[in-house]
Design a protein around this ligand. Structure first.
Ligand code: NAG
Ligand code: NAG
Ligand code: NAG
Length: 337
């Protein structure tokens, strides 16, 4: 899935080379990195950089997992989650289960700057966005219709239901509860192919930090499902007195551990960014040894790192970095542990 992206492999650069300003983001989403970097280069703020970077992925439908036309839910609809955080003021804006609006990170920014709230959800979030002037558009594409109809054609499998009876005639919903069984192996569904949120951290020359995320969630999710991406401290966290972090992977599990918050707090106490990332993953691993997930971390001096959990089909995590070490965004990778 990464081979189609034309990125310079620069494994010779050791992780953690530091210089400011810095943009770092999850996965090989190079154009997002470049967009954020160009905002910083032209004197824009770290918030603007994170917003533009994530918005680029929303437009490009990065890996089909960000923006419109991906990850149709059980009813075939694409819904979006996004978050943005200002590490100077600790303000956060987020949206979840957003419908009909393509620019989810833009709406998150509007929640932060045009309301006293932090998180708006569902249909009401969409109405807020429309009132703020975001165009209402259909998020469905031929591709998302295809994903959805293939899933219907395979009796709505795989799905995220457990301990329920499906309608016997359709093998799909409506579902009825039944006696609790053992939890099924989640890794089968929440794998590297179903969830590649963009998460981004930007740090400027004065150490101001911002972080953000944008995603369309998981294929065939139960309608109403919200992942980790729009949850502050889970999908991302920023504090200009410590650093920033952003996580990606099986959000249903990861959000239970607030990995981005944990990593930033560890960096505050002096942990190296790579070590902080690793510790945040280790905390989850204790309970879910095979969970799919990764995290990026950066501190206020521009040192950065990443970590991922070794799980079926996932042994190496790719992420992008832009700083003054190079003219173009660098593709980096870290081996999962
Ligand atoms: C990245 O941007 C370039 C230049 O605009 C474009 O040609 C390319 O298709 C983009 N990559 C992706 C994955 O969209
Ligand atoms: C989507 O599918 C319809 C018919 O199924 C077709 O007419 C249309 O050109 C397709 N659109 C794209 C963008 O492929
Ligand atoms: C950032 O991390 C590096 C590498 O561990 C460390 O040398 C540096 O002091 C840290 N910066 C801050 C502000 O803690």
């Amino acid at each position: 899935m990464f081979t189609s992206l034309l990125c310079t492999f620069t494994l010779l650069f050791p992780l953690g080379h530091a210089s400011l300003p810095l943009v770092i983001n999850t996965w090989a989403f190079k154009n997002a990195t470049a967009a954020a970097w160009s905002v910083l280069q032209s004197g824009g703020s770290v918030l603007d950089a994170v917003q533009e970077g994530c918005a680029r992925c929303e437009v490009e439908q990065c890996d089909g997992t960000v923006g419109y036309g991906g990850s149709p839910d059980e009813s075939g609809e694409t819904t979006l989650d996004a978050l943005i955080m200002n590490g100077d003021t600790m303000e956060v804006g987020a949206v979840a289960d957003l419908r009909r609006i393509k620019n989810a990170i833009g709406v998150a920014r509007a929640v932060m700057e045009r309301t006293d709230h932090t998180l708006l959800v569902g249909e009401s979030a969409s109405l807020f966005a429309e009132n703020m002037g975001f165009p209402a558009e259909d998020l469905t594409t031929n591709k998302s219709v295809n994903i959805f109809s293939q899933w219907l054609g395979s009796n709505c499998q795989p799905n995220y239901r457990k301990n329920v009876f499906p309608d016997p005639s359709q093998h799909c919903g409506p579902y009825k509860p039944r006696a609790m069984l053992e939890e099924r192996e989640r890794a089968r569904h929440a794998n590297v192919h179903s969830h590649d949120t963009i998460g981004m951290v930007a740090v400027d020359g004065d150490g101001h930090v911002a972080a953000g995320t944008s995603t369309n969630g998981m294929n065939h999710k139960v309608p109403g499902r919200v992942g980790d991406s729009p949850i502050v401290g889970a999908g991302a966290y920023a504090d200009s007195s410590a650093g920033g972090a952003s996580a990606t992977g099986d959000g249903d599990i990861m959000m239970r551990f607030l990995p981005s918050y944990l990593a930033v707090e560890l960096m505050r106490t002096g942990a190296d960014p790579s070590a902080a990332c690793k510790m945040a993953i280790t905390r989850i691993k204790r309970h879910y040894s095979e969970f799919f997930g990764a995290i990026i971390c950066a501190n206020t001096t521009g040192h950065y790192g990443a970590a991922c959990n070794k799980s079926p089909g996932f042994s190496q995590f790719h992420f992008m970095v832009s700083n003054s070490e190079s003219d173009a965004p660098l593709l980096k990778s870290v081996d999962c542990f």
